[in-house]
Design a protein around this ligand. Structure first.
Ligand code: FES
Length: 141
C-alpha cells in the first residue's frame, strides 16, 4: 500500500494531539468494522474554533486524517468547519489508498460530532449536515 508523503508526515508527526480540558464540544466516533475510535475536542469563541485537539485509537490513516482535519478547521468558523468533507481531507493529504478512504470519513464525523455536542451544550438548535457515506466506509478495511 502506498501512502503519500503528506500522509506519512501527519502519521509520524500528528498535529494537535491530545485533549482540551473543559472543551466546548467533544465528539467521539468509531467504525464498527475496524474498531477504530476517534475523539475530537473543540474550543469555541464567538463561533470560531480557536483550538482543536484529537485522540485517535486507530490505524495510521485515521491518525493522519484526524491530524489534517484539525489543521483544516483550526481558526475557522463553525459553519466552515461543518463544510469540511472527508474528500477535502483526503485531497489535503494528496490522496489515500481506496481501502483507507473510510478512515477519513471518521475524521469528518468526529468534527461534526464535536460541533453537535457544542450545539447541545449551548442550547443551539441547528442542524448538522449528514456526514459523507461512502462505500469504502461500508467495506471496513
Ligand atoms: Fe479503521 Fe482506518 S479507521 S482502518
Amino acid at each position: 500500500m502506498v501512502y503519500t508523503e503528506k500522509v506519512m508526515d501527519h502519521f509520524k508527526n500528528p498535529r494537535n494531539v491530545g485533549e482540551i480540558e473543559n472543551a466546548d464540544g467533544v465528539g467521539t466516533v468509531g467504525n464498527a468494522k475496524c474498531g477504530d475510535i476517534m475523539q475530537m475536542f473543540i474550543k469555541v469563541e464567538n463561533d470560531i474554533i480557536v483550538d482543536v485537539k484529537f485522540k485517535t485509537f486507530g490505524c495510521g490513516a485515521a491518525i493522519a486524517t484526524s491530524s489534517m482535519a484539525t489543521e483544516l478547521v483550526k481558526g475557522k468558523s463553525i459553519d466552515e468547519a461543518l463544510k469540511l468533507t472527508n474528500s477535502a481531507v483526503v485531497e489535503a493529504l494528496e490522496g489515500l489508498p481506496p481501502v483507507k478512504v473510510h478512515c477519513s470519513v471518521l475524521a469528518e464525523e468526529a468534527i461534526k460530532a464535536a460541533v453537535a455536542d457544542y450545539y447541545k451544550k449551548n442550547g443551539i438548535d441547528k442542524e448538522i449536515p449528514a456526514p459523507a457515506h461512502c462505500h469504502e466506509w461500508e467495506m471496513g478495511h
